[in-house]
Design a protein around this ligand. Sequence first.
Ligand code: KG4
Ligand code: ZN
Length: 361
Amino acid sequence: MRALGIESSCDETAAAIVEWAGVESGLRPRLQANVVHGQVEVHARYGGVVPELASRAHMRNIGPVVAEALRVAGVTPAQLDCVAVTAGPGLIGGLLTGMAVAKGLAMGLGIPLVGVHHMEGHLMSPFLDERAGGMDFPFVALLVSGGHTLLLHAEAFGVYRILGRTRDDAVGEAFDKGARLLGLGYPGGPAISALAEGGNREAFRFPRGLSGREQVDFSFSGLKTALRTFLGQHPERMAEESWRRDVAASYQEAIVEVLATRSIEACRQSGEQRLIVAGGVGANQRLREVLLERANKVGVQVYFPPLSLCTDNGAMIALAGLRRLLAGYRDDWDLNVQARWPVDQIIKKKEGVWGIPPPGF
Ligand code: KG4
Ligand code: ZN
């Protein structure tokens, strides 16, 4: 079976071709093409994603991106068996663009259409990576991006329980807003971690929101406010490169420590010894370092996807779509997109309503 996966929920227009014969075949999915067109240059001067501009960029880029994926894979549209598309959550304009293209293709080709939850897509990253040989369900997933901060217990494909979530800002936002306060560009995560290099992580102590309790929720708004207040108290030092390095390193450390502590606690609470990290913030080197060190101590195996599978892509959507299709699921032509869609309510549309997945789906 070969799927075209389309992803356009945020600021990446992406299409990929994945071939897979199903769990029983024992064969790993084969990634035949993975094309991503980012929009950093569109949003950079606004310091964040501007939905209207994102919609227009998706509309401009989606045709060429899908055509490029087919070209790279060396397949014709007639060789596709299904079209999988992100149906939510995300920015509505981008979702609508991807959905309209997916429906047009699937209808024209007479093949199934499968709507995919963006976060279920992220959970597929280990299965697309040859290095992650031993990875399988069940596992705990730390999903960290510009829009999400979640700890999930993925018991089986389609069976996900939320263990913890952010109560305010997403962790990517904490990086992006922190970067703006420090006068750095967008996206803020890579900018902060670059500045933090060589800085003293213990120079300043920024708040670790909600720590000291046995729960695994997150809070980042206090951290951001603390940075704003701190910088406001020392305007004269902003020109000092080494001081800014220390601030960036200390700020990053506060975020990383919270993510690592809660992830290990989530593994303990759910009794799992496998942890996967996905989403753009998963690219953070310091997070990788700290998490690996803590996980090793308690015998938890951590999987970090390579960058190309960590950030938004169509491959993860194609594979989630194939898994759903092979489990007997497909969508009707009236499938709609959802800007908000809780991850523990993934699945089946019935008369316009998204319900809870049946166990084991
Ligand atoms: O998953 P993603 O590419 O897009 C969505 O938000 O869905 O994540 C983007 C987020 C941005 O907030 C960006 O600042 C953050 O991931 N990010 C990082 C790093 N690279 C990207 N945060 C920390 N360290 C990084 N190296
Ligand atoms: Zn994402």
